[in-house]
Write a protein that binds this ligand. Structure first.
Ligand SMILES: NC(=O)c1ccc[n+]([C@@H]2O[C@H](COP(=O)([O-])OP(=O)(O)OC[C@H]3O[C@@H](n4cnc5c(N)ncnc54)[C@H](OP(=O)(O)O)[C@@H]3O)[C@@H](O)[C@H]2O)c1
Length: 326
């Protein structure tokens, strides 16, 4: 079968290859899944570059999520049948034609959820949901500030905001993105190229002040958002898009009693009680089935065109995810 692989960490354009490898076989309690679609996420390319929080030993196949259909069930598997659409949870190496997964790690996809949506079930929608609903517990009418608001995750946050009634301040690096995000339901947009973030936040939130923010950019943008937090404010840091550390204003943090802390879905998956994880996953699937949460897609490429797909996935100004399909 075909599989995207890398034999050493490095620049994706140089180290990613499409190779012919042995098709895996399902053992007892396992299922062989013919993968149909998987996104290229920043975490995948950070992994290829050797910069992610947990790393495989090369040679390895990237890909931390996707969707496919059951090709074959191993001995003792009675809950799934051939042809059924499934999402493998916590199964690495999805950028291959087939993966093998334990039956209990496969979530059946409801008919109303499209392949493109199911393929992106885990990384961005769950992170957006957990940060806003579970970690920050945003209430209707409350403000949330988010950076990299035009990202796939940022657009899902706008869908969750519409569903749950909280308001959003959206920080972007390009002025042109404002209208597009407002059409998707963004309440306010701040462009870092032209505006001072703390000043604009004070104008928008008034006496209420900003209590809740999420940052995926870091560097000066993350620092500006931390300075914009009001008394008791919290900023979750969840991305490394600028590649720069955040220079925090410690005086400001002390005298507003504000908090800046990290969030990683990988950790949540290991620490949140299984019943909580099932409840969140169920809620997400229902919202995807009703069309309230649908992560956007910009383009699809076959596995064999991985280099063009990876380059496209990091191009500025995209409107959604690049998927690898087969
Ligand atoms: N911590 C976790 O558990 C977790 C889980 C999921 C995702 N994430 C993180 O969430 C972030 C978004 O993921 P995604 O898949 O939604 O991303 P994406 O669709 O690939 O979009 C990336 C976005 O980042 C913006 N961007 C890139 N470099 C930037 C910079 N230097 N300054 C400002 N903006 C920049 C781009 O802006 P333009 O529109 O201007 O090009 C684009 O909107 C990533 O950092 C990812 O690693 C973290």
């Amino acid at each position: 079968m075909q599989s995207v692989r890398f034999h050493e960490f490095g620049n994706p354009a140089e180290v990613l290859k499409v190779e012919e490898v042995q098709k895996p076989e399902p053992g007892a309690g396992q299922v062989l899944v013919r993968m149909r679609a998987r996104p290229i996420n920043p975490s995948d390319l950070l992994t290829v570059r050797g910069l992610y929080g947990s790393l495989p030993v090369p040679p390895a196949t990237p890909g931390l999520e996707g969707m496919g259909e059951v090709a074959e069930v191993g001995e003792g598997v009675t809950t799934l049948r051939a042809g059924q659409r499934v999402i493998p949870l916590g199964v690495a190496g999805t950028w291959a034609e087939f993966v093998v997964a334990p039956a209990e790690r496969l979530i059946p996809v409801p008919d109303a959820v499209k392949d493109q949506t199911a393929a992106q079930f885990v990384v961005n929608p769950l992170t957006a949901w957990i940060m806003t609903v579970e970690e920050l517990a945003l209430e209707p009418g409350e403000w949330l500030l988010q950076t990299a608001a035009g990202s796939t995750l940022g657009r899902v946050v706008l869908q969750i905001a519409k569903q749950r009634g909280f308001k959003t301040i959206n920080v972007v690096r390009r002025r042109g993105q404002g209208e597009e995000l407002k059409a998707l339901g963004a309440d306010e947009v701040i462009c870092t190229d032209e505006e001072d973030v703390p000043e604009r936040v004070r104008e928008i939130t008034g006496k209420q002040g900003l209590r809740k923010a999420i940052d995926a950019v870091g560097g000066e943008t993350g620092a500006a958002v931390a300075r914009a937090l009001g008394r008791g404010g919290v900023m979750l840091v969840y991305g490394l898009l600028s590649g720069q550390p955040i220079p925090l204003d410690s005086g400001r943090m002390i005298f507003t009693s504000s908090t800046v802390r990290g969030f990683w879905l990988g950790d949540w998956m290991h620490t949140a009680p299984p019943e909580r994880q099932q409840a969140v996953a169920g809620e997400m699937l229902r919202s995807m089935a009703t069309g309230e949460i649908v992560p956007p897609v910009e383009a699809e490429y076959p596995l064999s065109e991985i280099l063009a797909a990876a380059e496209h996935s990091e191009r500025p100004g995209r409107s959604g995810k690049v998927l690898l399909v087969s």
